[in-house]
Ligand binder design. Structure first.
Ligand SMILES: NC(=O)c1ccc[n+]([C@@H]2O[C@H](COP(=O)([O-])OP(=O)(O)OC[C@H]3O[C@@H](n4cnc5c(N)ncnc54)[C@H](O)[C@@H]3O)[C@@H](O)[C@H]2O)c1
Ligand SMILES: [Zn+2]
Length: 372
């Protein structure tokens, strides 16, 4: 992209993308921080793999205070916040300080929360380093940590000054983590933009050159939805597609002995179920349903569970803050690239969808087995 200015979206916070995005960050820091302290938060992996590249593009960050947490979901924790608040206080961070969050969704959720609560809020910037971060977690102003075993129980809405999307960071990201984020890109296409779905499903996902423009498009789609509903009171529910069952699957996998599911993998299961329900409710035709199902089943490993587990999965859905009583509210497809929110579903219908997925996964696993 021969742009001298990075591409920019206009929502509650800008998302800057493209080869000149980090040059913009360099100029912003030069103009807005002066002698004020700048902090960089990362996890052990992003500090090793991404910080050198960030420093190369933004040399002034060489003088920043760095703060490192362990890689993984366990860092979205109150004790970790306590340590980071203490560090900011020791280094005399005042309201003029800036925190740069360099990492995946764990670092941006955690760092955003720490910054938003320290001295009633200091400025922060997101520099996502995973596909999940670039197309989803670092956009939209949701920050938070896990508490008492519940994901994202404590948090605030707070916008970064800006989010900088720089795909070359993804060179060191593993294949499974790339696919994890691609699930959200597929979701963006399915509920918002049929062309995007077609491009994502045909793209060679291991090829960063091909993936980068699709990441920009997905980030733009997320930013546009968020701009219309910053506090998640309505239209943002479109982005819940695949998540009603997906969240329950994620929680269920954490309880069991099975190889645990990444968020995007659980959402892929949820999208298969919700696409099937869309067909069952006569909102989507069979050919389209089959196309979505085949693609998702081909891309993600089958998640195996037993028929008796369905009760537990549905029970976990009842615990979800977004569902009320015995009725579940689904976002369903009305086409490829359009969706309807708040479609009521009962437990029997959900069970049918789970059974549909379960049989698909069982067949897919057999098939893999025969091929191996
Ligand atoms: N705030 C939101 O709107 C929102 C949306 C979606 C997800 N999330 C949150 O995001 C988190 C998941 O994000 P994630 O999938 O990015 O997980 P993550 O931050 O844990 O990153 C996944 C793994 O990749 C490593 N990694 C990161 N960048 C790398 C790179 N460039 N090269 C090599 N390794 C790298 C990390 O160290 C980690 O081990 C969850 O906590 C979820 O709740 C938040
Ligand atoms: Zn998600």
């Amino acid at each position: 992209m021969p742009l001298h200015q990075p591409q920019e979206t206009h929502g509650p916070h800008p998302v800057l993308m493209g080869p000149h995005a980090l040059a913009h960050l360099r100029r912003w820091l030069a103009g807005n921080t002066g002698s004020k302290p700048v902090f960089v938060l990362g996890d052990e992996t992003t500090m090793r793999h991404c910080l050198p590249e960030l420093m190369g593009e933004v040399p002034t960050l060489g003088a920043a205070h760095t703060m490192q947490v362990r890689a993984g979901e366990a860092s979205k924790d109150l004790e970790v916040c306590r340590a980071l608040w203490a560090h900011l206080a020791e280094q005399h961070a005042d309201r003029q300080a800036v925190l740069v969050n360099l990492g995946g969704g764990v670092v941006t959720d955690l760092g955003g929360f720490v910054a938003a609560t320290f001295k009633r809020g200091i400025r922060f910037i997101h520099v996502p380093t995973t596909v999940m971060g670039m197309v989803d977690a670092a956009i939209g102003g949701k920050t938070g940590i896990n508490f008492d075993g519940v994901k994202n129980l404590v948090g605030v809405f707070a916008d970064p000054v800006a989010t900088y999307v720089h795909p070359p960071f993804l060179r060191t990201l593993g294949k499974r983590e790339v696919l994890n984020g691609v699930a959200e890109m597929i979701k963006h296409g399915l509920v918002l933009d049929g062309d995007h779905w077609n491009q994502v499903r045909r793209a060679p996902l291991h090829d960063l050159e091909a993936l980068a423009p699709l990441i920009f498009r997905s980030a733009e789609l997320k930013a546009a939805v968020v701009a219309g509903d910053p506090l998640d009171r309505g239209p943002r529910k479109l982005l819940n597609f695949g998540h009603t069952i997906g969240h329950a699957m994620e929680a269920f996998a954490m309880e069991g002995q099975q190889r645990s599911l990444l968020h995007g993998e659980a959402v892929a299961v949820g999208m298969v179920c919700a696409t099937w329900l869309s067909w069952r409710m006569d909102l989507l035709d069979r050919d389209r349903m089959n196309a979505v199902e085949e693609h998702l089943m081909g891309l993600y490993p089958p998640f195996i569970f037993q028929e008796v587990d369905q009760h537990r999965i549905i029970e976990l859905m009842r615990n979800d803050k977004k569902n009320a009583g015995d009725e579940f509210r689904f976002t369903l497809l009305t086409g490829i690239g359009s969706a309807r929110v708040d479609v009521p579903m009962n437990a029997a219908q959900v069970a049918e969808a789970l059974e549909h997925y379960r049989l698909l996964a069982r067949d897919a696993a057999r098939h893999h087995h025969q091929q191996a």
